[in-house]
Write a protein that binds this ligand. Structure first.
Ligand code: C5P
Length: 237
């Protein structure tokens, strides 16, 4: 039984500003996607990494990975992605060899997740959980609002108790059959699911949270790039 990591990296990353697709942006001189692949490969449990490239970008991504070093023990595959994150993950799952029984799904946009977090997620799945999510308590209070027109004040509907909330990260870990069943049967409207564990929840299967890590933050906005560069500089010091 093998553990594989699927990395959806087909997003354009418009919130980061104009330019190259987000996964190909450089951090410390190395594309974000390469950091993310290495972060998965750093776990001795992970023997295969499946990268989901932009729909027309698979050859380019394949060359990019070939140009960077990975541990000897790590195999990788590159497949073209889809229009939504959810579709991209599904296409990655379709490419998994039969002997893979544990799957991690990791955003290319979280390039700096520490190996201990990856290992903790794998460990929890191997010990019997069908879906495992790394997550952190929130610093901010969160309001549910009635979204209005841009620029207009939005009415507040409720304030969930902060102590019960968690901000979820990746890699999320799954029993392969459960995640595949979720992707085959759970219908999500609009832009699709932003989170794989949410689809497993909709199956009615149990999902558990393990401690996440500050450095597993998602690079979404320009300020996140500043933070990511600072974290890398500190690691290299
Ligand atoms: O847009 P967001 O930050 O939520 O994207 C999370 C991850 O999903 C990123 O790694 C992005 O490249 C990926 N994604 C994808 N296919 C899409 C959209 C996003 O693989 N169509």
């Amino acid at each position: 039984t093998r553990t594989a990591a699927v990395i959806p990296a087909a997003g354009r990353g418009v919130r980061l500003g104009p330019g190259t697709p987000k996964a190909l942006r450089a951090l410390g001189g190395t594309p974000m996607l390469i950091h993310a692949v290495r972060a998965m490969a750093a776990s001795r449990a992970v023997s295969l990494v499946v990268v989901v490239a932009p729909p027309d970008g698979a050859p380019e991504v394949k060359n990019l990975i070939a140009d960077h070093s990975l541990p000897e023990r790590t195999d990788y595959l590159v497949v073209p992605g889809g229009a939504t994150r959810q579709e991209s993950v599904s296409l990655g799952l379709d490419a998994l060899p039969e002997d893979v029984s544990v799957v991690l799904v990791h955003d290319a946009a979280r390039p700096l997740v520490p190996v201990d977090t990856v290992d903790a997620v794998v460990e929890a799945v191997r010990e019997g959980a069908v879906a495992v999510v790394p997550a952190l308590p929130l610093a901010d209070t969160v309001k549910e609002v009635e979204p209005g027109a841009p620029g207009e004040p939005e009415p507040v509907l409720s304030t969930p108790v902060r102590a019960r909330l968690r901000a979820v990260q990746t890699p999320q870990g799954f029993d392969r059959d459960t995640l595949v069943r979720a992707h085959r049967t759970v219908a999500v409207d609009g832009e699709g699911a932003t989170d794989d564990a949410g689809m497993v929840e909709r199956l009615g299967a149990p999902v558990v949270v393990v401690p996440g890590h500050e450095e597993a933050f998602k690079v979404t906005r320009p300020l996140d790039l500043v933070l990511a560069e600072a974290v890398l500089a500190r690691r290299r010091a």
